[in-house]
Design a protein around this ligand. Structure first.
Ligand code: SAH
Length: 478
């Protein structure tokens, strides 16, 4: 991110607008609509700006040279269609410490204009770092469709009560709960439905705001949330809501940064990661800290890779929560096996070919007693192995010894659903070699006839090392 979105107070002083022609008039419309006072240098001398009388009152026509004019009190400088003058102005603005925008010229701009969704007090600014106005417009269309028409009125309505409620509820978290109850409850619904009078009366009728905020306070709670295998768009709507409402999130190391980005900004994040080769704080400590946080009234999210109940120790955490009498809920996630199957197009079941699926952990595979390989020889069964990268030789040995054919198709799928996913296809005969080709985990193994339907070609570019890509290009050129 090069440009930080901030909101500029246009009451603080005039904006200087320099330029010519339709480009100048277009920026003039944007700025006057936002309530700016403007000082316009029309460098082509054409002062017919096509303003409505209402807007004209806020626009001064400046006749002097903008390169030498006095800019005391000015809040920003905008150059639209100003050509060379724009570039010179940029240098001057920077020397004066004033924010400057030169239209379509990132190099000479210290700020840029976002695409805007305008709902009164609710304004959404969309930026693409100046790279693509078309993408920004598409995002804007999506947000336009998402936001209730009266969301601005709701913000304004709350603004009107904010001061008095702040004075009556000192504690910040309680205040937040108060407004959440207002926004999410019947009062918010009334404003959004255009019944402001009714909402106003209902809010005024609350005699004890603290009690109202606490009324249906569920007390502390824990949600065990499945984060899925990495792609943030694979979070469920419920999971997203839990991340937005949490006071504290205890998360595995395995959870991708893009998903952690979806947590509300002021939520406390506690990595409790167990990761291969790196000890975490330990399951008992995790349970204890979750329970303590919930007992102190916090909304706790325990965020886990994939699904909490698939090799995620969610069962043990639920037991601990039950024993401690904590309110909890479980929000499932897409487990790595399902994410990998979708990503690399392996239908886990297939008429005639695969009638069963087994999810297996290879964590204990070196303990010969732990896995009964004879259960896994059914050719109509697809076997999905978690934590199987380093154990790949042992998995191969176990399956072959039990009698599964060395020709059984096998796939090793790493970092599934992420942009840097990698897949390697072959047979049980070369399983260890396939696993060795994977640069970095986590990875699952899928074993069974259905793997013959897999497709890793779409990931080919990222499968290759840069060196290999260059040598392939050279080969192709020959
Ligand atoms: N609860 C998780 C599994 C945790 S065990 C789930 O349901 O997915 C950790 C193992 O999950 C890893 O060793 C690996 O086998 C698998 N795994 C997790 N994320 C993965 C990903 N993005 N790609 C491939 N395998 C993954």
């Amino acid at each position: 991110m090069r440009f930080l979105p901030v909101f500029l107070d246009l009451k603080a002083g005039p904006v200087v607008l320099i330029g010519a022609g339709e480009l100048l008039r277009a920026k003039l419309r944007v700025l006057t609509a936002a309530g700016a006072r403007l000082r316009v240098h029309a460098i082509d001398g054409n002062h017919d700006l096509g303003l409505s009388p209402e807007h004209a009152a806020r626009v001064d026509i400046a006749t002097g040279d903008p390169l030498t004019a006095d800019f005391a009190g000015v809040v920003a400088i905008v150059c639209a269609g100003a050509g060379e003058v724009g570039i010179a102005m940029s240098a001057r603005a920077k020397a004066l410490g004033l924010p400057v925008n030169v239209m379509d010229d990132l190099e000479h701009s210290s700020f840029i204009f976002p695409a805007i969704v305008d709902r009164g007090d609710v304004v959404v600014a969309i930026g693409t770092g100046g790279t693509s106005p078309v993408v920004a417009r598409r995002v804007r269309e999506k947000i336009e469709a998402l936001l209730p028409a009266r969301i601005g009125e709701l913000a304004e309505f709350i603004g009107g009560f904010r001061k008095s409620v702040n004075e009556r509820i000192a504690e910040f978290p309680l205040r937040r709960r108060f407004w959440e109850r207002v926004v999410d409850g019947p009062i918010g619904a009334a404003v959004l439905a255009g019944r402001k009078g009714e909402a106003d009366a209902a809010l005024r009728a609350i005699s004890d705001p603290s009690a109202f905020a606490r009324a249906d306070e569920p007390g502390g709670s824990v949600a065990l949330v499945g984060a899925g295998p990495g792609d943030p768009d694979l979070l469920t709507i419920k999971a997203l809501r839990a991340l937005q409402n949490a006071d504290v999130v205890f998360h595995d190391e395995l959870v991708s940064p893009e998903i952690l980005d979806r947590i509300r900004r002021d939520t406390t994040r506690v990595p409790v990661g167990r990761r291969v080769g790196k000890p975490g704080i330990g399951q008992d400590a995790i349970n204890r800290r979750m329970i303590e946080a919930a007992q102190s009234g916090q909304r706790v999210v325990r965020l886990k890779g994939g699904d909490p109940f698939v090799f995620g120790r969610g069962g043990e955490e639920v037991q601990a929560l039950r024993a401690a009498g904590i309110a909890y809920s479980i929000i499932p996630g897409i487990t790595a096996g399902l994410g990998g199957a979708a990503h690399f197009e392996v239908p886990l079941t297939y008429r005639q070919e695969a009638l069963r699926v087994t999810f297996l952990t290879a964590h204990k595979v070196h303990d010969a007693e732990a896995v009964d390989w004879s259960n896994l020889t059914d050719t109509q069964m697809t076997v999905v192995v978690y934590m199987g990268m380093t154990a790949a030789p042992a998995v191969q040995a176990g399956l072959l010894a039990a009698g599964r054919s060395p020709e059984t198709p096998v796939g090793v799928f790493a970092r599934v659903t992420r942009p840097d996913a990698q897949g390697a296809l072959g047979t049980l005969r070369d399983l260890p070699e396939l696993a060795a080709r994977i640069e970095q985990g986590p990875a699952i193994l899928i074993i069974g006839d259905v793997v013959r339907h897999a497709d890793v070609s779409r990931n080919e570019a990222i499968l290759k090392s840069p060196k290999q890509i260059i040598s392939d290009l050279l080969d192709a050129a020959e």
